[in-house]
Design a protein around this ligand. Structure first.
Ligand SMILES: Cc1ncc(COP(=O)(O)O)c(C=O)c1O
Length: 408
């Protein structure tokens, strides 16, 4: 087969992620490879651990990368700590809560769920009531669910988990770097994320952090692979973790002092994850959150200027993505297609009960920028106007400018 030269169109990715990469992250990915045990490489691995401790705001020694997209991080955390029959509680407020449920079930858990309507979040009392009743081993909760654009407050969940001796895990893939996240202060035992949202990288690496309590739990299931086992390796009492690739005790042996061989670390993704963290920390986490808030507010004001209705409880909206109802009489897919074909701008559709009802527009990472916001609003205005949607021309961009002026 003859394939053309790689030359993707210059899209502006304004959906719920992935988004365009920071240019420095792209350059890092094209850097030459080195060997797995080259001291320079192991040095980079140690740097990545230290950098992500700062990103996650934690002192956890066990802070590292799982190779794979964000759900690889989720699978690794859950499959390593869940033994068949363990109870797991998943409060579901969107698609990714359902994903946590499914992954926990596949790991053999007895999964219990509580649900709120999409567009809402949980109160701590609702979660505490369920924890007290079910007494799960793990509470697994998404922070920012891009499917609904809601940001679940996690501040009080850690206290609840400590009180009932529950491991507290959160998937902060879509929120980290653009919304506050405090691993130690909020008493989390495990967190997993991805690069393709506010961290401004591609998907393909899942940074995680694990508390001592979590590590002690999974160490009980430590079984070293036969071909690399040495005399000093003892067998854990717990059952063997059901996945080799996502076996956290073995992965910790690889990232730790022993450097015991496991997978071949995905070097280009490690360069990339390293660059994403450096980029965030150089900007400053608080500055990055403030930037996401500013451009998210400008986009929200802008879509309201388009005579569109935002989706969900705006008090709990993530900074980096907004959902808007597709207006009556407008074909949502056609507008998205026109945005893509005529303006090279991608905006998002939605899933499940919201499919065909809302668009999702992101302002995150490299694309949390004034020009990206204004260009998207202006283009969307043109498409909506041509589709016969009633709006006041110019209001969207003017509304966004108003937000920028008020925050100047
Ligand atoms: C909150 C959340 N969790 C998990 C995922 C899954 O990520 P991936 O597609 O990188 O596996 C996403 C992707 O959008 C997400 O937003």
């Amino acid at each position: 087969m003859q394939a053309e030269r790689l030359n993707p169109p210059p899209r502006l990715l304004m959906g719920p992620g992935p988004i365009n990469c920071y240019p420095r992250v792209l350059s890092a990915m094209s850097t030459q490879l080195i060997g797995q045990y080259d001291p320079v490489m192991t040095g980079y691995m140690n740097q990545v651990m230290a950098l992500y401790r700062d990103v996650f705001k934690t002192k956890n020694q066990s802070t590292l990368l799982i190779d794979g997209t964000s759900r690889a991080g989720i699978e690794a955390v859950l499959v390593s700590c869940i033994e068949p029959g363990d109870k797991v509680l998943v409060p579901i407020f969107g698609r990714f809560g359902h994903l946590l449920k499914e992954i926990a079930q596949r790991a053999g858990a007895e999964v219990h769920t509580i649900e709120v309507e999409w567009g809402q979040v949980f109160q701590p009392e609702q979660v505490e009531q369920a924890v007290a009743k079910i007494r799960p081993k793990v509470l697994a909760m998404v922070q920012g669910d891009t499917s609904t654009t809601m940001l679940q407050p996690l501040e009080h969940m850690g206290e609840i988990c400590q009180k009932y001796d529950v491991l507290f895990y959160s998937d902060a893939t879509a929120s980290i770097g653009g919304n506050p996240f405090e691993t130690d202060k909020w008493q989390l035992d495990a967190v997993s994320v991805g690069l393709q949202k506010c961290l401004g990288g591609p998907s393909g690496s899942a940074p995680i952090t694990l508390s001592e309590r979590y590590v002690e739990t999974v160490r009980k299931r430590h079984h070293v692979e036969a071909g690399i086992k040495a005399a000093h390796h003892s067998e854990g009492q717990g059952s063997r973790i059901r996945s080799n690739y996502f076996d956290i005790p073995m992965i910790l042996d690889y990232w730790g002092d022993e450097r015991l061989n496991h997978h071949t670390e995905a070097t280009s993704m490690l360069y990339c994850a390293r660059e994403c963290a450096i980029n965030l920390l150089e900007e400053g986490i608080d500055n990055s959150i403030a930037r996401h808030q500013l451009h998210g507010d400008a986009m929200l004001a802008g879509v309201q200027g388009l005579n569109l209705t935002p989706f969900g409880d705006l008090q709990h909206k993530m900074t980096n993505v907004v959902g808007v109802y597709i207006p009556d009489g407008v074909n949502g897919d056609q507008i998205r297609q026109q945005m893509l074909e005529d303006f090279n701008i991608e905006i998002g559709t939605s899933f499940g009960p919201l499919h065909g009802k809302i668009w999702r527009i992101g302002t995150m990472g490299y694309n949390a920028r004034k020009d990206a916001v204004l260009t998207t609003l202006q283009s969307l205005e043109t498409c909506l106007r041509q589709a016969g949607h009633k709006l006041s021309p110019g209001s969207a961009v003017d509304n966004a400018y108003e937000v920028y002026r008020a925050n100047a």
